[in-house]
Design a protein around this ligand. Sequence first.
Ligand SMILES: [Zn+2]
Length: 307
Amino acid sequence: MCAQSNKYDESVDPVKTYEKKAQVNYDFYNKVIETKENRTRKLQYEDTIDPHTGNAYPVKAGEVIRFEQRPSLHNGRTQILDVLMITPDLKQWSDHLNNGPIEGLNVKKYSGVWTQSQYMEKIATCVADEFPYELLDNENVSHMFFAAHCCPEWIMMAHGEEANVNSCQENFIHGFNRLPAVQAVEDLTERRKLVQFLADRNDINIFQGNQFKQDEKGITRCFLSPTPQVPDGTGVEFYAEKDCYFVVSNCPYADQALPFPEAEPNPVYISVYDTGIKPYSDNHLGIIHGWEEKVYERILSKDLSPK
Ligand SMILES: [Zn+2]
């Protein structure tokens, strides 16, 4: 009997093979980035995301949305944002399950954001990250990661019911309620169910110090750290690969430097630009869609008796 080899082989590692398939087209995104440097992109609109609110910002395919900090206009604190993307028909959204294996848990310039099973298409790409990384504790700390957001349960668990004033979950509920396709659901109970489902999605945290590492028990956790004050005008930008809404929460933890009840969030400044460059694909991975019928054929041939 011959022994099985357990030697690591990169070509067999699922995560490595997925990552390779999703290689970045740097030439294309550098052209998008040049439209800022060359001042050829056109401002479509400006807005703010205000403290203790959620909101939804429409961005068309080929447009860029910019989130910009101006701490010195307020209390000097950088403001953490939580960001989700969703198509106007609510069919595709930024999906944590698909993003992790191909992009990793952090987001950086050129990182893609992918939609969920049945689609797995690119919905956005990060095209600017002006964060001064040298202000962070060490080179392993990032300020963007795809993970969870604060919710009433966590805040009540940590600070008691009286602290239950606002959370990213509430802000996402607010933001999703502003989408026309959500407002088209006339039955209020059904609308709430839909919004709860959408607000339960994991999202991209930006301007929040974070580091994934093992704790003393050998469990990998996300260690959060306060976000330093960044210079006014520090921005993060995403290029929309599809017509979509960026649904955003102004996180009530603000810069996460003070205990939650004392935190005072700041507005963040938003601008949307048309780059004049349309996405080069609406299916970047060449995924063959429509596998559901085949899957159901197989499942229906299996034991489906109730348990
Ligand atoms: Zn939050």
